[in-house]
Design a protein around this ligand. Structure first.
Ligand code: ATP
Ligand code: MG
Length: 751
């Protein structure tokens, strides 16, 4: 392999060299609860790609542990997608539900080891006991049940003797772990729902964290790739495998950045909403980023795989410009597909000096494409051109037909306008034109200069088609909801006219319609009698012109957004300008870099600054806390708004709360959606900045720790931190740390 390996492939290569595994086994583990999208294509391309490159195998596993949302039709869609992308899974399709018995045995084993228990706390209590990021949780009183009782309860849960939500099985790990996922996580919950494969056999279903690592192990998976939001789950993944003392070789989990694309949505939940509420026409609507949609629109598997390769695999989340996907399909089709002529908006042209008819031989490919093939174009005195290709009062720089400017009919003659025919309302309904007999393309001796060549079709032979022109589904880059849908995402043209060869010869199902774009015969609605073509993509990126004049043309190969190897790519020009702007606002380089790349966070920051202009503090909270929340949620799922972040920043800047408390407040507001000021007020979290309140605490702590105080005095300056920590702890993080530092220094040095 000559290309640079990304960080995951490096790990695989190293593991193989070190002899850790004899064969690479990966898996693609979708949940069959929706149609796969282009994000899944990234995962498919990674998992199947790695297996192929390292002579290993890749399993296709339906991760079907949520009976309510899963359906066999999604299983079929997932299989189709993998096959269509050109991959083959090892053996039969696998199902986590096939492992339910084994998983149950593992659960019993954990109970017998004293590492799992049945908890019967109500849900709200369970949440309360879990603690917060800054405060340890507390273990349930049910954790002391005997092994026998746990085994019996689990069995009865399984048999459906209890209602949903009454009991759960939890791992017994550590309620004070800084990693919330390790605070006695759930392993099984009761769900009295019928499963599409196991029916009513089970009344309990395993949680993702329990099922996933063990399914990987059962299948002999070596490298388990998942997206970044599972980073914190890795500790649990390892804990389960280690605790069960499973015999090696065992799988390891590695995380990579999930694919996000602007102007669209990618989560199955949101896609499901669009489909179910009828905003689009089914899962294979060509405007959707689903594999089925892209496929029906006319994207090729090659273009999607090339796209996945170009964006690479990295450890930093980013948003990929949809222009890059469009580039990939243009790049793939440019040299592959025949070019034909289609007039989307026909205007009749009568050539007054032409008699009879003829057929003009025309190549399907431009001369620089090494492909042979041509068709015969009928020609007569009546043709159609596109309305946009004639202007009675042309603006400056208009190169096509005008009353005074001739134009070439592509592959045929030069014509000039003799007369403009209008109806009673003044609409142009016909052009009477003159042609130049010695101007035929390829043998032109007319000496007439034209500035462009336009497409046309001959009136009698042309076929009527329906053209469906798709545009971006959303009008905003980071759509928040259906209000951002682009009302013009589908334009149907009923009476376009196409040259006959495109229908008769079926040279291909994909064409370039000269000057209009790439089109695909709609696989569902097309018939020879009523042909329907989908526009896959226009020839040029019309959005780039509209929106960002500074950007390089989309036909140039776009720079990789992320480089392989997990490193960050250089900023592009637009991002560089943003970056500089953020530095000017006083943000650190690191945060400026994050915002320059991540539009969602940057917008969030801007919004929050509108409510309070403490740029640096707001930026810190957004780039850290908010960013972390957004790892596994989308904007619409956040319980707080930018204005709450503004309030939080303001309290912090004014000294009302300490930074430690700010974190805690954030934690509470992100879980409950409460107002941050309210949280501080109700729980008495104001920072203590009164020396008279703090001094007695300092006094007490020094008295309690005479040895450390003496050591500090004797020169062990490291112990200063110990005292600061103790004071902060005694005030539950509410003491103003700066003041504590000053007071402590005075006090200790004065001893
Ligand atoms: P969604 O949030 O869209 O429902 P998911 O992560 O729940 O997606 P699964 O069906 O559970 O979807 O995922 C199957 C595999 O595809 C997982 O390994 C997951 O990490 C990966 N995957 C899903 N979405 C993306 C994405 N946008 N980019 C890269 N990989 C993805
Ligand atoms: Mg999911």
């Amino acid at each position: 392999m000559d290309k640079k390996r990304d960080f995951l492939r490096k790990i695989v290569a190293e593991d193989l060299e070190a002899g850790k595994y004899s064969k690479v086994v990966t898996r693609f583990p979708p949940e069959p609860n929706g149609f796969p999208h282009i994000g899944h294509a990234k995962s498919i391309s990674l998992n199947f790609g790695v297996a192929k490159e390292f002579n290993g195998v890749c399993n296709l596993r339906m991760d079907d542990t949520n009976p309510e949302t899963e359906d066999p039709k999604y299983v079929e869609a997932l299989k189709d997608a993998v096959k269509w992308l050109g991959f083959e899974w090892e053996g039969d399709v696998r199902y986590t539900s096939d492992y339910f018995d084994k998983l149950y045995e593992y659960a019993k084993q954990l109970i017998k080891m004293g590492k799992a228990y049945v908890d019967s706390l109500p849900e709200d209590k369970m949440r309360e006991y879990r603690g917060t990021v800054t405060q340890p949780g507390k273990r349930s009183e049910y954790a002391d049940r005997s092994i026998e009782e746990n085994l019996e309860l689990l069995e009865r849960m399984k048999n459906g003797e209890f209602e949903d939500g009454t009991h759960v099985l939890r791992a017994k790990i550590d309620m004070a772990s800084p990693n919330m996922k390790m605070r006695d996580p759930l392993l099984y919950r009761i769900k009295k729902a019928s499963h599409y494969r196991t029916g009513d056999r089970w009344a309990i279903y395993p949680m993702y964290d329990f099922a996933h690592c063990l399914s990987d192990y059962i299948e002999g998976v070596t490298h388990s790739f998942c997206t970044l939001e599972f980073e914190n789950n890795r500790e649990l993944y390892d804990w389960i495998i280690d605790t069960l003392e499973l015999k090696p070789p065992r799988p390891y989990q590695y995380e990579f950045a999930r694919l996000n694309i602007n102007y669209t949505v990618m989560s199955k939940r949101k896609l499901l909403e669009l489909v179910n509420k009828g905003y689009v026409n089914g899962w294979d609507d060509p405007r959707l980023p689903t594999i089925a949609g892209l496929r029906r629109r006319g994207y090729t598997p090659e273009s999607i795989l090339n796209f996945c390769e170009q964006i690479g695999v990295a450890k930093a989340n980013s948003v990929v410009d949809v222009a890059q996907l469009e580039f990939a399909i243009r790049d793939d089709l440019n040299k592959k597909v025949p070019r034909v002529m289609c007039v989307l908006n026909p205007l009749k042209v009568t050539i007054v000096n032409y008699e009879g008819s003829e057929e003009i031989e025309a190549s399907y490919y431009p001369h620089d494409v090494p492909k042979e093939g041509s068709r015969k174009l009928p020609f007569s005195d009546t043709i159609y051109i596109d309305r946009a290709d004639f202007e009675e009062n042309p603006p400056k720089g208009y190169y096509r037909l005008t009353p005074t400017q001739p134009v070439r009919l592509k592959h045929a003659y030069i014509i000039s306008c003799e007369e403009v025919v209008k109806d009673e309302n003044g609409n142009i309904i016909e052009i009477k034109a003159k042609y130049y007999p010695n101007s035929k393309s390829g043998e032109d001796k007319s000496g007439i200069k034209v500035k462009s060549a336009i497409q046309w079709v001959e009136a009698n032979s042309a076929k009527k088609i329906e053209a469906r022109l798709y545009d971006r589904l959303y009008k905003t880059e980071m759509p928040q909801g259906i209000e951002d849908l682009n009302p013009d995402s589908l334009k149907v043209i009923k009476n376009a006219l196409i040259e006959p060869a495109a229908i008769e010869e079926k040279a291909d199902v994909r064409f370039q319609f000269e000057r209009e774009g790439y089109f695909f015969a709609d696989p569902v609605d097309y018939s020879d009698e009523a042909p329907v073509f989908n526009r896959i993509v226009p020839l040029k990126d019309s959005w780039a012109k509209k929106k960002k004049p500074a950007q390089p043309s989309a036909q140039k190969k776009p720079k990789k957004q992320e480089q392989s190897g997990g490193e960050m790519a250089e900023l592009n020009e637009v991002q560089k300008t943003l970056f500089k702007g953020y530095l000017k606002q006083g943000l650190s380089k690191q945060i400026a870099n994050i915002f320059a790349r991540d539009e969602v966070l940057a917008n969030y920051y801007k919004e929050a600054c509108k409510a309070y202009d403490g740029a640096v503090t707001v930026a810190n909270i957004v780039a850290n806390e908010v960013a972390r929340e957004l790892k596994d949620k989308d904007l619409s799922q956040l319980k707080f708004a930018p204005k709450d972040i503004a309030k939080l920043a303001q309290m912090l800047d004014s000294g009302k709360i300490s930074s430690k408390i700010a974190k805690e407040v954030f934690e509470i507001m992100s879980q409950s959606g409460e107002d941050p000021e309210q949280i501080v007020k109700e729980r008495g979290l104001e920072q203590i900045s009164n020396p008279e309140e703090i001094m007695p605490i300092i006094q007490e702590i020094i008295e309690k720790n005479p040895e450390n105080a003496a050591k500090y005095k004797a020169g062990n300056s490291k112990l200063f931190g110990f005292f600061v920590g103790q004071v902060l702890k005694a005030t539950q993080g509410k003491a103003n740390p700066k003041l504590v530092n000053e007071l402590l220094k005075d006090k200790l040095n004065g001893l």
